[in-house]
Design a protein around this ligand. Sequence first.
Ligand code: FES
Length: 157
Amino acid sequence: MDSQRIEAAGSGRRRFLWFTGLGALGTAGAGGAAVMLDFVHPKVLFEPPSSFRVGRPESFPVNSVTADYARKVYLVRTEVGFFALSAVCTHLGCITRHVEEEGAIFCPCHGSKFAVDGSLLMGPATRGLRRIAIRLEDGELVVDSELEVEKDAVLRV
Ligand code: FES
């Protein structure tokens, strides 16, 4: 009688250890599979295209600065024509802000100040805002934020 109890208790313990081990193996296997799947999944950084349409020339008043903070550019129309500026500060890369009342562009991070033609008015930045490429395509202005142009380049429309 006692030996039957001992055998039954041993069988129950064996079963418990068997299922615990199986559970641990299953958990480890699932974790390993998740790591492998993450490893083989491509890590691609999708960035928006650097070239984009901003609108028809007639939709921008003469002597205006139009900010597109989502795309980090300013579109400036003067009496001569159009040019585009990168809104990225040349000091440490903060996004600048155009202040209409001041007629200037300010960096909120360390206080650099730029004229609306992009030239540097006050540091700590050591150079003006980058003037970037702009062209007319199918009657619309197209800006390429990755293509820097001469600082006096103007698109005459
Ligand atoms: S990032 Fe603009 S002044 Fe420092």
